[in-house]
Design a protein around this ligand. Structure first.
Ligand code: HEC
Length: 463
């Protein structure tokens, strides 16, 4: 049934669904799946069916009840000239899409927030998470015939987005005309990386950032990797990539570009989120020589055009606590050393598990702490990723660190915890990635391309 609803949404919004690479796999294999483990079914596990909201009646109207909810949770993106493919800021638009709206809020695929934030696994800073009551209100309105109500009620103010305070540096992304590239598997999108050098003589710390998209209809996500060109083969990889074509930057997908091993991803931005300020007193160090490789995800759903976005970076000379980032993925790492691990093809659910102590992960970057504060987490897979579970094994038992139950590559961000999780070096991280490989007939290997996979966790922490 959910599968069908999903298909209905796709029919209603053919473009919107096709834009999501994850859906292509699921859709191709719709006939072969039984529901269990497919995108649609997985998203709804334990969700709205059970929600029993006594106070939600059929007496729900657009102007009184629905507009305030959509203004708070949806309209930042679903408005004129923004990234989302249609607007949700008038009764007519919303009523026309009502069944699709009900489906996505019940499945919790919109608003896009990849980790479960219902309190069952950690609390997050500013989660985009609707309450069961809010979802039930929308469902009741749709099922009850979508009453308009009193249109003289004043429109609610949209929520204010976080901003950056103080001095910032504005860096420009070169003007670029994104294009699709079937060969690289970019059917509706372009992923392009641009190197940003910094002319600094001593260390400085990034404490926050914002992205100012130039062409809002194109810019989907923005990732800024810290790259030390002297690390392993980075310099060589960069020079190969720079010569790949005549255009600025180079194509990339999984990270900063083929063969580049980044030292962290301090900038993770998606439309509608506003500026990010790291937790008080925390900054990520950039040394002289470090560059930022910015991955721009351009969505070409509507039409092409030019983009020259800017990134605002907030720097401090000194911080109370250095923020560290570790990007860890044994699936990817084994592929560098001639390993032969792959995911079996044709599986609704192909799992990859890894575990590592924090000590092991830190020592790779030459750091050693008996104890750390985990501030945030970045779950990262590619288009076949469906779910990821991250747990911390301690002497006292297991603790959930992130529960990703409806992974969507389109939405990359750092999920900051409301309060840091304290872990010791001997504690062990257990990660399980769950992929759907039904769309392919060859084993899926690890790597940086659209057809490769990753089972990567980014950790943001301080001593
Ligand atoms: C952060 C920006 C953002 C927010 C917030 C957001 N959307 Fe979306 N929405 C998008 C984008 C972009 C797409 C196109 C598909 C994609 O890129 O994931 C989309 C797609 C959709 C679709 C098409 C089906 C699909 O999954 O592709 C529906 C329906 C939808 N959104 C409804 C909503 C509703 C309802 C809300 C609020 C409860 C909401 N959205 C909040 C950005 C957003």
């Amino acid at each position: 049934m959910l599968r069908n609803q999903r298909v209905v949404v796709c029919l209603l919004l053919a473009a919107g669904c096709a834009a999501d690479p994850a859906d292509e796999v699921a859709t191709d294999s719709a006939e072969a799946t039984t529901g269990e483990g497919t995108t649609g079914a997985a998203q709804s596990t334990g969700e709205p069916a059970e929600s029993s909201s006594g106070d939600v009646t059929a007496d729900v109207s657009y102007y009184e009840d629905i507009r305030p909810l959509l203004t708070q949770h949806c309209v930042a993106c679903h408005t004129e000239g923004s990234i989302a493919p249609f607007r949700l800021d008038s009764y007519e638009d919303v009523a026309a899409l009502a069944p699709a709206i009900k489906t996505v809020v019940e499945a919790r695929t919109m608003p896009p927030f990849g980790v479960r934030a219902d309190g069952s696994c950690q609390e997050y800073d500013d989660p985009w998470w609707m309450t069961e009551d809010e979802i039930a209100t929308i469902a009741a309105w749709v099922d009850g015939g979508m009453a308009a109500g009193d249109d003289t009620i004043e429109a609610p103010e949209p929520p204010a987005l976080p901003t950056l305070e103080g001095d910032t540096e504005l860096v420009g992304i070169p003007e670029y005309a994104p294009e699709t590239n079937e060969e690289l598997g970019f059917a509706l999108d372009d992923y392009r990386c641009f190197p940003i050098p910094f002319d600094i003589e001593s260390d400085r710390y990034l404490t926050g950032f914002d992205v100012i998209p130039d062409n809002d209809e194109l810019v989907h996500h923005v990732l800024g990797f810290r790259v030390d060109p002297t690390f392993l083969n980075n310099a060589e990889a960069i020079s190969v990539l720079e010569g790949i074509d005549e255009k600025p930057g180079w194509p990339c997908y999984g990270a900063a570009g083929d063969g580049i091993l980044p030292q962290g991803v301090p900038v993770t931005w998606a439309p509608g989120q506003g500026a990010v300020n790291y937790p008080e007193g925390v900054g990520v160090r950039f040394e002289p020589g470090d560059i930022m490789v910015v991955q721009m995800h351009y969505n070409l759903l509507d039409e092409g055009g030019l983009d020259a976005s800017e990134i605002r970076l907030k720097w401090e000379d000194e911080v109370e606590k250095e923020g560290f980032q570790v990007l860890w993925d044994p699936f990817l790492f084994q592929s560098f050393t001639g390993g032969s691990q792959t995911l079996p093809p044709g599986m609704e659910s192909a799992k990859y598990n890894w575990d590592a102590t924090f000590e092991e992960m830190f020592s790779f970057d030459g750091i050693s702490f008996p104890q750390i504060d985990l501030l945030g987490i970045i779950p990262h897979m590619h288009e076949r990723g469906r779910k990821m579970s991250v747990e911390i094994e301690r002497a006292e038992g297991m603790e959930c660190a992130a529960d990703v139950d409806r992974y969507d590559y389109n939405w990359q961000r750092t999920y900051f915890y409301e309060a840091p999780i304290q872990v010791s070096a001997e504690d062990r991280l257990h990660v399980e990635c769950d992929f759907n490989t039904e769309g392919v007939s060859d084993p899926v290997g690890a790597g940086f391309g659209t057809q490769d996979e990753m089972c990567l966790v980014g950790l943001f922490f301080t001593e």
